[in-house]
Design a protein. Structure first.
Length: 182
């Protein structure tokens, strides 16, 4: 999973003095609000990279026709206890087959790394008090899951021994054999 540091991100938001503006000059790698996107999508040049920030209470079904044009969808977690963006991500990957970047934003904690990965997120912007090293380490804790997910539809028990072993990293093998605590 790619971790985004806002100072080095290629995606940029557009806003005016009073908040989001609807008068937007198309440019590559703009991350627009859902309202902004609805205002400019009919004039947006084909093939120009554009992203949309989607609040967790929006219906992602409304973006179905626009998905082939979008390079990035940023799903928002306004509270770390509000998991609606997980459902949005799962729908975008499983039902609508969105192949672009899915980014988790706002209140993203290290504890959320595995569910984010399993529901199809490909990048995250961690909350400012979270450790990048801890987030990367959290992604290595488990080789597989009992249930299927958007990455591997088959449950872990249905994998061949070779497929199961291929999922496990050396760090995970050491953890399982030594019995180390997390």
């Amino acid at each position: 999973m790619k971790f985004i540091k806002l100072k080095t991100d290629i995606w940029h938001t557009v806003s005016g003095e009073d908040g989001a503006t609807l008068s937007i000059t198309p440019a590559a790698h703009l991350l627009l609000s859902l309202t902004q996107w609805h205002g400019v999508r009919s004039q947006w040049p084909q093939g120009m990279a554009v992203g949309v920030a989607v609040p967790n209470d929006a219906a992602v079904e409304d973006l179905a026709d626009d998905l082939p044009r979008l390079s990035l969808i940023a799903l928002q977690f306004p509270k770390w206890t509000d998991g609606r963006a997980y459902s949005q991500a799962h729908l975008l990957r499983s039902r609508f087959r969105f192949a672009g970047e899915l980014r988790a934003t706002d209140q993203v904690l290290v504890d959320m790394m595995l569910p984010l990965k399993r529901t199809g997120f490909t990048s995250v912007v961690l909350r400012s008090d979270q450790s990048l090293e801890s987030a990367e380490r959290a992604l290595t804790f488990f080789a597989g899951n009992y249930q299927g997910d958007v990455l591997e539809h088959r449950p872990h028990f249905s994998l061949t021994p070779q497929e199961s072993a291929a999922l496990m990293t050396q760090q995970q093998r050491d953890f399982m054999q030594i019995g180390a605590s997390i």
